[in-house]
Write a protein that binds this ligand. Structure first.
Ligand SMILES: [Zn+2]
Length: 363
């Protein structure tokens, strides 16, 4: 079986088929606000593997950033296809969430039906939103009217010019920390809970009531070395959880220092933070959360990809060959087609799932 998919529909079909083959019950939450380009349902599919009353739960989410789902989905389908769910310890269960942002996957974008970056949406929208003062200064410098190699290059040149004046930290913070003022811009976190956030929180509340220990992995792509996993922990370097994570996965765990310069943007509204807060309100289980990125291309290529994504979203109805070409380029940035990249994803993911379940059963 080939685990990777070329589209959301194909990915969902593979996931549902492997669940059916293994007699796993799928709970499908259909997005009432949108359909796929071919008119199909956009769903957040939820599957529980293992004993219903298990107190230790491994929660897997993918596709928080839409098109990045293709990779996380492949790791889940592989795990199920290899029947790893039959090897769970008695007190352990796995909760799989297939495509937090199906809309973004179906439309080849990182954001949802309202251009919300879901990984900036998991905060309290009744409180005053965090300010991102540099975003407003940077946005017009990197904005493009036409999309082609020259305009994209110019945009990145302007980014570096801004960085040389304001500092690289402030430039990266401006574009990646999240912003709550410009609904059509990059990194928009929304001004209310998205459909995906509401559904995910409800799922977590109903399924994890009895959980005492929860480990959560949110799969992403785009940061790190080509084809290799890059672990981002929210726990402080040197803390007990941080040490535990380093032991479980026996790999370099990073705090939010994702760039070589040791820069730590203060991300707002992260999904894993939102889940932690919700679990804490629920039954106060012990929680270990990590984001696992699979590296694709260099920083400039990925900054360019954010600009491409934003332009493509603003021009969703433009059917020109230029738009089609740029969409393919964008997908490649987050989901490389090279067989070696994909083989590396699968072999690392296989090990990561094993290590996680080993860690959880001994926790
Ligand atoms: Zn991502």
């Amino acid at each position: 079986m080939y685990y990777f998919s070329d589209s959301y529909e194909q990915g969902r079909t593979k996931f549902l088929a492997v669940c059916k083959k293994n007699n796993l019950v799928v709970e499908s939450h259909i997005n009432p606000r949108a359909k796929s380009p071919s008119g199909e349902d956009l769903a957040m599919d939820v599957v529980w593997c293992g004993a219903k009353d298990a107190t230790k739960v491994f929660l897997v989410t993918c596709g928080t950033h839409g098109l990045e789902a293709a990779t996380g989905s492949a790791t889940i389908v592989q795990w199920l296809h290899q029947k790893q769910h039959l090897t769970l310890a008695e007190d352990c269960a796995v909760l799989l969430i297939h495509a937090v942002n199906a809309y973004g996957w179906a439309y080849n974008s990182r954001t949802n039906e309202d251009n919300i970056d879901l990984n900036r949406n998991f905060l309290n929208h009744k409180a005053v939103h965090p300010k991102n003062k540099n975003y407003a200064k940077l946005k017009n410098l990197i904005k493009i009217e036409e999309i082609n190699s020259e305009t994209l290059k110019k945009s990145i040149d302007n980014f570096h010019q801004f960085a040389s004046e304001k500092g690289i930290f402030n430039a990266i913070q401006a574009i990646t920390a999240g912003q709550y003022e410009d609904a059509s811009g990059i990194g928009y976190g929304g001004n209310q809970d998205s459909w995906s956030k509401k559904v995910l929180i409800e799922v977590v509340k109903s399924k994890l009531k009895h959980a005492r220990k929860v480990v959560s992995i949110d799969w992403h792509t785009g940061i790190g070395k080509y084809g290799l996993p890059f672990f981002i922990s929210q726990d402080q370097v040197g803390s007990k959880k941080y040490k535990m994570a380093s032991q479980w996965w026996q790999t370099a765990i990073h705090s939010d220092d994702i760039f070589d310069e040791g820069i730590s943007p203060d991300y707002n509204g992260l999904l894993i933070q939102g889940l932690r807060d919700e679990l804490h309100k629920l039954s106060k289980p012990d929680v270990l959360t990590v984001v696992i990125e699979i590296g694709t291309y260099d920083l400039d290529s990925m900054l360019q990809a954010l600009i491409m994504d934003n332009w493509l979203r603003q021009n969703l109805n433009n059917q020109s060959s230029q738009r089609v070409r740029q969409t393919l380029r964008l997908v490649e940035r987050f989901y490389p087609s090279m067989p070696e990249w994909r083989a590396s994803v699968l072999s690392h993911a296989q090990l990561i799932y094993q290590q996680t379940l080993n860690g959880l059963s001994n926790w």
